[in-house]
Design a protein around this ligand. Structure first.
Ligand code: MEV
Length: 437
């Protein structure tokens, strides 16, 4: 079947949904019903969502939950989390409660430097290019004055610009490598605008320069921020005396602490485990990033690059026992914003930021890192004690019950039965079928 379509973006929303329904469904009315079920009845609100992207046909819901009782640097926070995976919010809440009685989470922003690059080629003498760059460097700052004015008033701006010789990687390859402070905004637009101006300045100044001969030339390839921000780092930590780790599921705290540290060490040296270990951290990180309207793809890309910074993909978190004290911590790069972009457009994002008491970008970095550490702690605690499936399957049971549209009475019977029996998909299905016979 040829399902190509010309001029789709020019169709009205009704025409687009009709085309989808008629092209891909044998009963188009049913498809249209699902699509329309998810339209917001408030037309203005729906229009706002329609205009976030192109060719919007409807909205895809992801649950927004909250994990309360997070004691971070001495203050209690309720953390909003947008995520579809069962047990993530429950695990975060459990970790929060556990650590609230053991000193809470400590979080520190180590640095907030962002990076952007103008990638270009230069065929000629590198020493001359360096001399030219040193000469025109102030021009990069003066030519971007109109872009940087507001940011400077907020305490940010361009930190530095350097010329980098990358010819060891590619023929004639050079960069303008610039660093920025963007305060409470993520800064993507600001950085990219500055970079495009740097590129223009570079080309113009090169054309007017008398330093170069006719066969020396500069060709700008592209100007773009980097989502790898190894100097935009936050650290989150928990620690307590080993004996304080004890609770219902941790009868032998010394043994628990040792197993826990070993579990982390495995993730530090073994990439297959490290990826899953870090995925658990990202369960917490992404959920808060999404709830606060930040760019989770950028954060994911940057964090995983950071996890490989020593040449092998490794754990983002670390743990140790020293003088009877258990300490568990992580350091991650996070380029976040609490102003601009979706943060001021999406009503639910605004609401989430209010739940977080309108944090600065630095405070949000701390909250996100804590959510990641809490999630990692919950996962490792389960993995090194009861195993992960116990908690997961309890939450999964609800999904199965919804899938089978179980009645209230059936739900009660099923939940009662599985208090004593092991939950598996087939066991639940079998039990539902036996009830319905
Ligand atoms: C599941 O979403 C995350 C875990 O696999 C993380 C881990 O194994 O550490 C439980």
């Amino acid at each position: 079947m040829n399902n190509a379509v010309a001029g789709f973006s020019k169709l009205s929303k009704k025409e687009k949904t009709n085309w989808i329904a008629e092209t891909y469904f044998s009963t188009p009315e049913d498809a249209l019903k699902i699509i329309r079920n998810y339209w917001n009845s408030d037309e203005k609100l729906q229009q706002l969502h329609d205009e976030f992207i192109e060719n919007t046909i409807t909205n895809l819901y992801i649950p927004l939950g909250v994990a309360p009782n997070f004691l971070i640097n001495g203050h209690y926070k309720t953390i909003p989390m947008a995520i579809e995976e069962s047990s993530v919010v429950a695990a975060a809440s459990k970790s929060a409660k556990y650590w609230a009685t053991r000193g809470g989470f400590k979080a520190t922003v180590i640095d907030t430097e962002k990076i952007g690059q103008v990638h270009f080629t230069f065929a000629g003498e590198a020493e001359k290019l360096q001399a030219f760059f040193d000469l025109i460097k102030p021009k990069f700052f003066s030519d971007t004055q109109s872009i940087t004015k507001n940011m400077q008033q907020r305490g940010g701006g361009i930190l530095d610009i350097q010329l980098k010789d990358k010819r060891n990687l590619l023929d004639n390859y050079f960069q303008l490598h610039a660093t920025f402070e963007t305060k409470d905004s993520m800064g993507a637009n600001f950085i990219n605008s500055c970079l495009e101006q740097f590129a223009t300045t570079l080309k113009e100044e090169f054309e007017h320069s008398e330093l170069f001969s006719e066969n020396e030339n500069v060709k700008v390839i592209m100007s773009i921020l980097s989502n790898y921000v190894p100097n935009c780092i936050v650290r989150a930590e928990v620690s307590c005396p080993i004996e304080d780790l004890a609770e219902k599921h941790i009868q032998n705290p010394q043994d628990f602490a040792e197993r826990f540290v070993q579990a982390v060490q495995i993730a530090e040296v073994e990439p297959f485990r490290a990826v899953t270990h870090n995925k658990g951290i990202m369960n917490g990180v992404d959920a808060v990033i999404l709830a606060t309207g930040n760019d989770f793809r950028a954060v994911e890309a940057g964090i995983h690059a950071y996890a490989s910074k020593n040449g092998q993909y490794a754990s983002l978190s670390h743990a140790k026992i020293e003088n009877g004290i258990f300490t568990f911590w992580l350091e991650i790069p996070l380029a976040l914003g609490t102003v601009g972009g979706l943060t001021s457009l999406h009503p639910l994002v605004k609401l989430c930021l209010e739940i977080l008491e309108k944090p600065s970008a630095a405070e949000l970095m701390q909250i996100v890192a804590v959510a990641g550490l809490a999630q990692n702690f919950a996962a490792l605690r389960s993995l090194t004690t009861t195993g992960i499936q116990e908690g997961h399957m309890k939450m999964h049971l609800n999904n199965i019950l919804n899938q089978f549209e179980a009645t209230t009475e059936e739900r009660q019977q099923i939940k009662h039965h599985f208090k004593k029996n092991t939950i598996s998909h087939s066991a639940v299905v079998e039990f539902i079928e036996s009830l319905r016979k």
